[in-house]
Ligand binder design. Sequence first.
Ligand SMILES: [Zn+2]
Length: 94
Amino acid sequence: MLIPLLVFLIPVFVVLTGFYFLAKVIADRSENKEISRESVFWISFLLGPIIGLIVVEVSPLKKETHPTKACPECAEEVNVQAKLCKHCGYRWTA
Ligand SMILES: [Zn+2]
């Protein structure tokens, strides 16, 4: 009675553990994607790593979100690291 139960439970356990680790690996691939890490993890874990991988691959890349600063001359937003305003040509010194 115990043996058939174990024969059934061990593969289930192995598959779930495998899904868990694969889901974590796949979730890491979603770093630059629009879809959140958590959604990818749960999709991969519950629906299977293949589905999760497909979801990650088809989801669009995250739009670059640079921190910005306002130009003192023209008041347009520019990249915070910019030394030259792309709108009016204002130069930041120092
Ligand atoms: Zn400007």
